[in-house]
Write a protein that binds this ligand. Structure first.
Ligand code: CP
Ligand code: NVA
Length: 308
């Protein structure tokens, strides 16, 4: 039985643990691609709690758990007591007595922290307003798969300083790479909210074209994240110059890759010519959610397994 560990933000795991998860991701992916059955989590149950919409996160966790031999149960706030005011601490006590691992997609990070503090089983952040660690786990694995180690590389983030951006900034500290960030005025990074220890791994640029210069990886995300829909019209105006298009990609290194966590809005944060173009790795990125999260669940439940 592995010691109780949660994955509420990327920095909850060390560089060594994350590197180990990447080794396991590669092996688990190979097994899956060669139709080899691998059921280390037989009889284990994952509970997935969604307070916001999802396609990839739900599918990758549910399919992933089944592929590891376990089962997954989907709960949402609309048709469970979670949406009717049951304290999160009580829900955590009950849910964690009936399951082996829990994944939560919710609003404030505080909700998932409170759940984890009252949980007997590992809790995984499937996206909060502040962080999206499973996404960046898959993204870094995808970068390594395409281009090798990310240490010392330059990642450019264009757009909103949201949950995905915050997690890239944490990853830069853990894996020792640089992030060049360009946000419109009023949407800048909040280092404390991003949970950063220092300021040495990122630089901010007023001009997104300058931010993209020399990048090894260019990435962006929607201008309006879930929970911020009331600001949509204002954001459409404020972010108009922060679209990743072919001219912006030309500023990056010729071998640069483009990533987007998806869902994407072509013609807003990204031009179709980029997301559907040769530098885009977004489909591998989405697929790797499955493999990386299987390795994450294996690690949280079974600890460090040797790769043959
Ligand atoms: N990228 C991501 O988390 O997608 P979903 O919102 O579809 O889960
Ligand atoms: N930043 C986006 C990511 C969606 C996967 C959101 O929070 O809505």
């Amino acid at each position: 039985m592995a010691a109780l560990k949660h994955f509420l933000q990327l920095m909850d795991l060390t560089r060594e643990e994350l590197d180990h998860i990447f080794v396991r991701t590669r092996w688990i992916k190979q097994q899956f691609k060669s139709y080899q059955q691998y059921w280390p989590l037989q009889d284990r149950t994952l509970v997935m709690i969604f307070e916001k919409a999802s396609t990839r996160t739900r599918l990758s966790f549910e399919a992933g758990m089944q592929q590891l031999g376990g089962s997954a149960i989907y709960l949402n706030t609309r048709d469970s007591q979670l949406g009717r005011g049951e304290p999160v601490e009580d829900a955590a006590q009950v849910i964690s007595r009936m399951s082996d691992i829990v994944m939560i997609r919710t609003f404030e990070q505080d909700i998932i922290e409170r759940f984890a503090a009252n949980s007997r089983v590992p809790v995984i952040n499937g996206l909060t307003n502040e962080y999206h660690p499973c996404q960046i786990l898959a993204d870094i694995y995808t970068y390594i798969e395409h281009r090798g180690p990310i240490q010392g590389k330059t990642v450019t983030w264009i757009g909103d300083s949201n949950n995905v951006c915050n997690t890239w900034l944490q990853a830069a500290e853990v894996f020792d790479f640089n992030v060049r960030v360009s946000t419109p005025p009023g949407y800048e990074i909040e280092p404390e909210r991003a949970g950063l220890h220092g300021t040495g791994h990122y630089e901010e640029f007023a001009d997104p074209m300058i931010a993209a210069r020399g990048a090894d990886l260019v990435t962006t995300d929607v201008w309006t994240s879930m929970g911020f829909e009331a600001e949509n019209d204002e954001r459409l105006r404020d972010f108009a110059d922060w679209q990743v298009d072919a001219d912006m990609m030309k500023q990056a290194k010729p071998a640069a890759v483009f990533m987007h966590c998806l869902p994407a809005h072509r013609g807003e944060e990204v031009a179709a010519e980029v997301i559907d173009g040769p530098q885009s790795v977004v489909w591998d990125e989405a697929e790797n959610r499955l493999h990386a999260q299987k390795a994450l669940m294996e690690y949280l439940l079974l600890g460090h397994l040797e790769t043959k």
